[in-house]
Design a protein around this ligand. Structure first.
Ligand SMILES: Cc1cc2nc3c(=O)[nH]c(=O)nc-3n(C[C@H](O)[C@H](O)[C@H](O)COP(=O)(O)O)c2cc1C
Length: 195
């Protein structure tokens, strides 16, 4: 059985630029022998964090929607490709909402002193990639998104192996004109998917 590689595409555009890049990287993971799964966040019900502190006692969110399923898929994966565009100079709201729900892992780690991954042997092997696109080329356009993404991977105890951020990519499918970006996603996917 190959390395379990999961891509979570967070843009509301199903065939958007970040989803295309995630698909490219995931396909390369498959060619490298990985077992792949592509999830589109908009297909799932995911409410915002209520700040109810319900997870503080158990490390598990009390809100009953699909976030729990998505977190279980992430925990089962050896590799995580998180793809989210820049909206309003930060990570898109859909991704941010989901990441806020990961507060349960913060509670598990920092309040309850538990590891996110109970299986000690799997901990060092987990690696991730963050993919983003922005329509403009403004200086620092990815700063906000990167800060949130780094926090997310750290909370999940996943080593953030690469960040692939492409500026000046705006219209749906524009990334397909950027051969270097597609090649980079492919190259990173090949490394990720190998054991
Ligand atoms: C609501 C919204 C806000 C956006 N805000 C920004 C922004 O602040 N800076 C920027 O460079 N691009 C911004 N964009 C452009 C997107 O980053 C760009 O279209 C990107 O390619 C979208 O990726 P996707 O196709 O994966 O959704 C915004 C787009 C939308 C829909």
């Amino acid at each position: 059985m190959g390395t379990k590689c999961l891509a979570l595409a967070c843009s509301p555009r199903r065939d958007g630029n970040t989803a295309l890049l995630a698909g490219q990287a995931l396909e390369a993971c498959r060619r490298a022998g990985g077992q792949t799964e592509f999830l589109f966040l908009a297909d799932y019900r995911c409410a915002p964090c209520r700040a109810c502190e319900g997870c503080y006692a158990t490390g598990r969110c009390v809100v009953d929607d699909d976030a729990g399923f998505l977190f279980d898929r992430i925990l089962a994966a050896d590799r995580l490709i998180l793809a989210a565009p820049v909206f309003s100079m930060g990570i898109c709201a859909q991704a941010k909402m989901f990441i806020d729900r990961a507060q349960q892992f913060w509670a598990a780690r920092y309040l309850l002193g538990k590891s996110v991954v109970p299986d000690r042997e799997r901990r060092p092997a987990r690696r991730g990639v963050f993919i983003s696109c922005a329509g403009t080329t403004l200086p620092g356009v990815f700063d906000g998104a990167l800060q949130v993404a780094r926090y997310f991977f750290k909370m999940l105890e996943i080593d953030l192996f690469a960040t692939l951020c492409y500026a000046g990519v705006d219209k749906r499918g524009d990334i397909l004109k950027n051969a270097a970006a597609l090649e980079e996603a492919d190259r990173v996917g090949l490394i990720l998917g190998g054991s």
